[in-house]
Write a protein that binds this ligand. Structure first.
Ligand code: HGA
Length: 606
């Protein structure tokens, strides 16, 4: 989604802003713009890429303070005019904004009735005019911003500059992230640490309702009621190198290939070989409390939701606690009954997914106990939850999730082991799961070595207009994630169904033009799955089987054989070939693999 970068200090701002915007490109956007302050505001904005913006910025675009933006349009088409920054009519105030101003139409009508002429179709422009109305009369820019924000309903992360106050930038947050970066006699702000790590690793996350004033020599933060707030800087342990493609053709392939390491990092220091338990200090719960839950409810969006389905199955199997997963985007709106003996678990790679954050906030309002499984340290969901587990998977840049998905499933295995061992899971069973978890990184390496074979299969099937993905019980979330990956990056239509449901409807779709990817692990459901393959083949359907043994040629046209782990952990490994399959199908079809059309990385708007 949209990105914000801001700079104030001794250096030339434009190159820093452009570099920062480039680091945010992965989030998906349609236009970009910058403003610098130097005896008035100088603005450039274009529909298109940051490179197009850089080409449009003249050499004399000098100024040591400025703000920049990448826009993902919600109000008004992607165009030069609708790109941010937006300026007040007198050219004094410039604003960049992530989020949605819900009462923009009403505010716009009032401003127009007062004679204000708008130049764009965006909701954001009202902010520039509102701030300008008081900026001349108030003692400070922050007062003018605060007064404007009081009239606004909606979500925002904003950065504001005032030509009349050339030494400061004001930023504010409500539902859309803003992070401050602390430098040597210079200050930065951005919507994502990715834009900051090249310059500083000392950061401060703003809370909802907070506002900050940045000057070259430091920053001050304020709560919504103008009270100063005290903030402790955090050190980010990701550096600029984490955001490079590392010699791979795409971030997606890099991130798929990193999984032996990222899974090892999720496990590091968390397995105890003496008692066969998981050490999860971040949960902030003692054994008695951990035992007291009678149900686990998992929420997340997109792939996070599917990894939550894997998690629910792990928790039911290992801890024997009823567990289920639900899309956070639905959960928050259906007036959920929040029970005191239910443990809620929220999943988000970025920790800023708006739907998930809003669901967590709703749970907290109702007294729910919420754990976060999050990749980004210090992010909004991590801060909002009562405790949780960080994935430690490093930044995930490609829009389609891969390494965060597997690390989330591994985090759930750790949580299930922990919940199980404080209940009835025996030490011997605990040992079996610990050993299985330790084997994962090596086995993922073995699967990655199958890439040439999977590439060939992807090329063979990529031309199909539609594909079916099926799996039973543990295999079903794997099938869903496989279909999701293929849809997201190759734009091939894909359906995922429980294999058991096939003959209750979707079997009607099966024929030579609709191949099936079947997840067939060697578990207690093997025979049932093989029967399903027979039913597909009897209807002329082609089958690619992903499992633990070579397929009987009467039941499948092709197969990928992955190493076997413990039955409960197998879904994690069965996902990897599907990631490679989707990747190579997308490359074969010439898609923009890392930035698929219409999608954005962290979905920070509703
Ligand atoms: N509503 C603004 C900003 C959109 C946004 O935050 N997208 O992620 C606009 O449409 O310009």
């Amino acid at each position: 989604m949209c990105g914000i970068v801001a700079y104030v200090g001794p250096k030339d701002a434009a190159p820093i802003l452009l570099e920062g915007l480039q680091r945010l490109e992965y989030r998906g956007y349609d236009s970009a713009g910058v403003v610098v302050s130097n005896k008035g505001l100088k603005v450039r904005k274009v529909k298109g890429r940051v490179a197009d913006l850089a080409a449009a910025v003249p050499a004399r675009f000098k100024g040591t303070l400025g703000i920049g933006h990448t826009r993902w349009a919600t109000h008004g088409a992607p165009s030069d005019v609708n790109a941010h920054p937006h300026l007040s009519s007198d050219g004094r105030i410039a604003v960049v904004h992530n989020g949605i101003i819900e009462n923009a139409d009403e505010l716009r009508a009032k401003l127009e009735a007062d004679g204000v002429v708008f130049s764009s179709e965006t909701d954001t422009e009202v902010l520039a005019h509102l701030i300008a109305r008081t900026a001349g009369e108030t003692d400070s820019l922050e007062e003018a911003v605060r007064a404007a924000l009081k009239r606004v309903v909606g979500t925002y992360g904003i950065a504001v500059v005032d030509a009349g106050r050339p030494g400061e930038v004001v930023v504010a947050r409500n539902g859309s992230p803003i992070v401050l970066g602390i430098g040597e006699k210079e200050m930065f702000a951005a919507s994502d640490v990715a834009a900051l790590v090249r310059y500083t690793r000392q950061v401060v996350h703003l809370e909802d309702g907070e506002l900050a004033v940045l000057k070259a020599d430091g920053f001050r933060t304020f709560a919504g009621d103008a009270r100063p707030t005290a903030k402790e800087p955090l050190t980010v342990d990701w550096d600029a190198g984490h955001y490079d493609t590392g010699g791979y053709e795409h971030y997606l392939l890099k991130e798929i290939s990193e999984q032996p390491d990222t899974v090892a990092r999720t496990l590091r220091g968390r397995l105890d070989d003496r008692f066969h338990i998981a050490h999860l200090g971040g949960l902030n719960m003692d054994a008695r409390e951990t035992r007291s839950f009678r149900r686990v409810k998992i929420i997340g969006c997109g792939s996070a939701y599917y990894s939550g389905q894997i998690g629910a199955q792990l928790i039911e199997e290992l801890a024997r606690i009823p567990a289920d997963a639900e899309p956070a985007s639905e959960f928050r709106y259906r007036g959920p009954v929040v029970e005191p003996d239910t443990l809620y678990v929220a999943i988000s790679q970025s920790g800023e997914t708006y739907d998930t954050l809003a669901a967590v906030q709703e749970l907290k309002r109702k007294g729910g106990r919420v754990l976060g499984i999050v990749n980004t340290v210090g992010s909004a969901i991590a801060r909002e939850c009562d405790g949780g587990l960080y994935l430690h998977a490093g930044p995930e840049v490609s829009v389609a999730s891969t390494k965060a998905f597997t690390s989330t499933a591994v985090a759930f295995a750790l949580l299930a082991l922990h919940l199980g061992r404080v209940r009835d899971l025996s030490p011997a069973e605990g040992r079996r799961i610990c050993q299985g978890l330790r084997a994962l990184p090596g086995q993922i390496k073995e699967i990655l070595a199958l890439e040439p074979q999977i590439k060939e299969l992807a090329h063979k099937y990529a031309g199909s207009p539609s594909m079916m993905f099926v799996g039973r019980v543990r295999g079903y979330p794997v099938a869903r994630e496989g279909a999701q990956k293929l849809k997201e990056i190759s734009y091939v239509h894909a359906e995922a169904y429980p294999a058991s449901e096939l003959k209750h409807g979707p079997l009607a779709l099966i024929g030579p033009e609709m191949p099936t990817v079947a997840i067939v692990p060697d578990d207690e459901l093997l025979d049932k799955n093989l029967t399903t393959l027979g039913e597909i083949r009897a209807r002329g359907g082609r089958v690619l089987m992903i499992g633990h043994r070579a397929a009987d040629p009467r039941l499948a046209d092709d197969h990928v054989v992955v190493p076997k782990n413990e039955t409960e952990l197998d879904p994690i490994l069965l996902t990897i070939p599907l990631q490679l399959f989707a990747y190579h199908a997308a490359v074969a079809l010439g898609r923009d693999v890392d930035k698929p059309r219409n999608l954005a990385k962290s979905v920070t708007v509703e």
